[in-house]
Structure formats: C-alpha cells, structure tokens
Design a protein around this ligand. Structure first.
Ligand code: GLN
Length: 193
C-alpha cells in the first residue's frame, strides 16, 4: 500500500507518520511525478487557497483526478476537504472539484479558532473520536451519493462519497489513527465510480 500525501503546504508530515505507524508506505508528494503509482492520496490541512494554487501550478490537480477516476481513495482533511469540494460557499473557483458537497470555510467562528471535541463516528465504531478543529470548515449540503459519517453541533463534519473521504478536523494531530485505518481499508478495496 503506497499512499501519496500532498506536501506543498500544511500538516503533511503528521499524516505520513500516522500511515507509517499503521504499516503503510507513505511519501511526500511535492511534484506530479510523486503521484505516479499511488494507491491512495491524502490532502492535508493547512490553507486551502495556498494548497489549491500550488497544486495547480505544479500540475498535480489532474493526476489526482485521474487517480480518483481509477477508484483510488482520496482523503481530504480540513483544508484538504475544501480542495476536494465541488462547491466553496462565496467563491467562484474550486480546486479538485471532485466531491459533491458545498463547504463553508472558517465556519466555527473566530472565538473558537481551535478546539477539540469528542464526536461519534459510527463507521469506525466506539469510543468517540477526539476531533481537533482548527479554523475548520463544515459541509453545508451534500449531493446524492454522499454519506454523512459524522456531525458536530448539527454541522456535517465527516463524509464519504464512494472512494472520496473528507473530514473538517485533523485526525493526524491525535494518536487515534482509526480514520487513517478506515482510509487504508478503502485503498484495499477500491471502488470505481
Ligand atoms: N481555514 C483553512 C482554509 O480555509 C483551513 C484550516 C485548516 O486546514 N486547519 O483553508
């Protein structure tokens, strides 16, 4: 299992450490060629405008779309979720534009820039997951075929659409790697769509 973690900006090192501790191979993807032969891709948290812009400049958007079309799992965390989305509230541009969701950026307000909350994610079982939110987006609406995996205070914060996975929060910043394991299980059983 070879997972490429987009490494143009943001918290990519922590994702690589999480994947390696689960026994997967993981490497930094800084250039389009680093995506060749990947069994899955993670887009980390950070700043979505910067990540999207750099991925565009380095010609990485289309190779990730191709991997998605081939059924390889793609996981976006926080800014990565925004990069995956088909619609970003109040903005005309999108980045990968793959996932049929509308996201709202920085939606938990300035007074709550970052916080941790225990949230239930039935897909990974008990106990609740320690979710770290940092200037986090949430999902305002989802299209058909998008499964809501978790909500927090009535806002959608984790979703799956076939081989695409997205969370508002940063699972790589805790030592609970159940979501990384869930993602690796998706990579083992790819679904084309
Ligand atoms: N607020 C950031 C954005 O809109 C996301 C923050 C994060 O990834 N922690 O891109």
């Amino acid at each position: 299992m070879k997972i490429a973690v987009i490494a143009v900006q943001g918290a990519f090192r922590e994702h690589i450490a999480a994947l390696k501790s689960l026994g997967a191979e993981a490497h930094e993807a800084k250039w389009a060629r680093d995506l060749e032969g990947a069994d899955g891709v993670i887009i980390p948290g950070g700043e979505s405008t910067a990540i999207g812009k750099l991925m565009r400049e380095y010609d990485m958007l289309e190779p990730v779309r191709e991997l998605a079309r081939a059924g390889k799992p793609i996981y976006g965390t926080c800014a990565g979720m925004i990069v995956l989305a088909k619609r970003i509230e109040g903005e005309d541009t999108t980045h990968l534009g793959l996932m049929d969701v509308t996201v709202r950026r920085n939606s938990f307000g300035r007074q709550r820039e970052s916080f941790e909350a225990e949230i239930d994610i039935p897909a990974i079982g008990a106990p609740p997951f320690p979710a770290v939110f940092i200037r986090a987006p949430h999902i305002v609406s989802v299209g058909e075929g998008v499964e809501v995996l978790a909500t927090y205070e009535d806002r959608i914060v984790a979703v799956r659409q076939g081989n695409l996975l997205a969370t508002s929060f940063h699972p790589e910043l805790t030592d609970d790697y159940r979501l990384h394991q869930y993602f690796l299980n998706m990579a083992q059983a790819p679904v084309a769509h």
